[in-house]
Design a protein around this ligand. Structure first.
Ligand code: ZN
Length: 67
């Protein structure tokens, strides 16, 4: 199991299913070197779930949110 929503219990069996069933909110990058970025996505129950992103490579189109 890739992820389970803690609030509504919806199960996301794979990362692809998680991406398909959640709505993109934004990316949180932890400065200074973006060693860790979290993508925030909303479940259908409006709970925000985080997905750890690989170190920046093809995420240049995403606008980082400053923490
Ligand atoms: Zn949910």
């Amino acid at each position: 199991m890739y992820k389970v929503c803690k609030k509504c219990g919806q199960k996301f069996e794979t990362e692809d299913i998680f991406l398909a069933k959640t709505k993109f909110v934004g990316v949180q990058s932890f400065a200074p070197y973006n060693l860790l970025s979290l993508e925030l996505r909303d479940c259908s129950c409006n709970t925000t779930l985080a997905r750890r992103l690989p170190i920046l490579n093809n995420n240049k189109n995403l606008k980082p949110l400053l923490v």
